[in-house]
Design a protein around this ligand. Structure first.
Ligand code: DQA
Length: 139
């Protein structure tokens, strides 16, 4: 089973960015641990700070992955284009957020991703990525 993780803007700074909100671990180190936990899965990881590149990546993996885990970060709350891309591809998308966006500023309560996502997992720190993987596995 092939699962693709796509992270949006500023998530390349995990570990140093607002650690009180996003924790102390950088994503590369977390991704290594995660991959070791799921040796039977083909996990890939892509990050960009550029909206169009995220859309291109959704198009690229969206027809060859069994599932996509998308943290569109700030573009979640602004990007019609990313929302449309989630709708346009074949693979189911689970939207994740490290923080509980609903306990934060009002502008973070809107998502252009959720209406076209399979589901939404948020607020459990980096563990949201593991929970999203589990949501794709047969129970
Ligand atoms: C985030 C929440 C967004 O509101 C924010 O812009 C981010 C990260 C999260 O993972 O909690 O950059 O997606």
């Amino acid at each position: 089973m092939k699962i693709s993780i796509i992270n949006g803007p500023n998530l390349n700074l995990l570990g140093t960015r607002e650690p009180e909100v996003y924790g102390n671990q950088n994503f590369e180190a977390y991704f290594e641990q995660l991959s070791a936990q799921y040796p039977d899965l083909t996990l890939s990881y892509y990050q960009s700070n550029v909206e169009g590149e995220l859309i291109n990546e959704l198009h690229r993996v969206g027809f060859e992955s069994d599932g996509i885990i998308l943290n569109a970060a700030a573009y979640t709350h602004t990007s019609v284009g990313l929302g449309d891309a989630v709708k346009a591809i074949q693979a189911p998308v689970v939207e994740v957020h490290i923080s509980n966006t609903f306990s934060r500023e009002d502008f973070r309560h809107t998502s252009y991703i959720t209406p076209n996502a399979k589901g939404l997992i948020l607020g459990f720190g980096l563990d949201v990525y593991r929970l999203a993987i589990d949501s794709f596995l047969p129970s």
